[in-house]
Unconditional design. Structure first.
Length: 266
C-alpha cells in the first residue's frame, strides 16, 4: 500500500456532513489508506449547509476560475479546500452557486431529488477531473462512493479516455442503497450525449433510475464493493455476475480487507 495514490470521490464525507454510512466510509477508508502508507485526496461537493468558517474552508485561487460546459452553458467552477483536524487528509470541495448553494444535499425539503441533479452530477464529475488535472496528481486508484458519482467511470473511459494522467488508474465503485424512486428527467440522456459520448454507452440513461445509474457504474468500473445492507438483491446479483474484483457487504465492514483489496487486486 506504501505510496499508492488513491482518489476518494463521494457526495458525503464526515465531519462536514451528518454521519451516514457513506459519509463515515468516505472518511474511514482514506484514513486507513494513510495509516498504511498510502496517499489520498478526497473530493466532495460544497453544499450550502456546510459551515465554511467552522471547518476552515478556503478558496484555492490557482485551481478556481475555469468554466465547465454543461449542456451548452458555461458554469463557473470554484475550488475550496480544508484539512480534517488531527488527520493528514485534505478535502477538496467542488463549488458552484447555482448547483450547490442550497439547503439540501441531493433532495429538497420534501425528500424529492432536485430537478437538476443530472446537471449537478455532470458538473461534479468534470469539476473533479479538471481539478485533479490541475493538481497534476495521477491516482493509482479512484474510489467512488454513492450513485451521485455514477458518471465518473463512464466519463473516464470515454470523454477523458485520452487523458494520460488517468491512463493507469483503476476505478472502484462502492454501492449504497437507493434513496430515490422517481427516475431522472429524460433530458439526462441528452445532456450527457452533448459531451459527444457515443449514444451506445448511454442507453440506460434514457430511464435514469437508481438501478440504471448503478448499472452504468458497474459496467465501467474495474472493481466493485457492496457497501450497505440495503442494496437491492438485483443489484447485488449484478455485481456478482460482473465477475470483477469485488467485496461483499460483510467484507466491506473490515478496513484491513480494503487495504488488501487495494494492494492485491489493483
Amino acid at each position: 500500500m506504501k505510496d499508492k495514490k488513491v482518489l476518494i470521490i463521494s457526495s458525503e464525507v464526515v465531519p462536514y456532513l451528518p454521519q451516514t454510512e457513506q459519509a463515515i466510509n468516505s472518511f474511514q477508508i482514506p484514513k486507513a489508506i494513510n495509516d498504511n502508507g498510502g496517499q489520498t485526496r478526497i473530493f466532495m461537493p460544497r453544499y450550502g449547509l456546510i459551515n465554511e468558517r467552522r471547518h476552515q474552508l478556503h478558496e484555492v485561487i490557482r485551481l478556481s476560475g475555469m468554466n465547465l460546459v454543461i449542456n451548452d452553458l458555461d458554469m463557473p467552477l470554484i475550488i475550496k479546500v480544508a484539512s480534517i483536524p488531527k488527520e493528514r487528509m485534505q478535502v477538496y470541495f467542488i463549488d458552484n452557486d447555482e448547483y450547490f448553494k442550497r439547503p439540501g444535499l441531493l433532495h429538497d425539503s420534501k425528500g424529492s431529488c432536485y430537478d437538476d441533479n443530472d446537471e449537478r452530477m455532470i458538473f461534479f464529475t468534470k469539476g473533479v477531473v479538471e481539478t485533479v488535472k490541475k493538481l497534476n496528481w495521477s491516482p493509482d486508484i479512484i474510489h467512488l462512493h454513492g450513485w451521485f458519482t455514477a458518471l465518473f467511470p463512464l466519463y473516464l473511459q470515454t470523454y477523458y479516455k485520452d487523458e494520460p494522467l488517468f491512463s493507469e488508474s483503476k476505478i472502484i465503485s462502492s454501492i449504497y442503497g437507493p434513496d430515490f424512486k422517481v427516475p431522472f428527467a429524460k433530458k439526462f440522456f441528452e445532456k450527457v450525449a452533448f459531451d459527444k459520448i457515443d449514444e451506445s454507452h448511454l442507453k440506460v440513461l434514457k430511464k435514469a433510475t437508481y438501478e440504471s445509474l448503478i448499472s452504468l457504474a458497474i459496467k465501467y468500473s474495474d472493481g466493485l464493493i457492496v457497501a450497505a445492507e440495503d442494496v437491492p438483491t438485483s443489484v447485488v446479483e449484478e455485481v456478482k455476475n460482473s465477475e470483477k474484483p469485488q467485496l461483499s457487504f460483510d467484507e466491506s465492514k473490515n478496513e484491513e480487507v480494503y487495504i488488501d483489496f487495494y494492494s492485491n487486486k489493483f
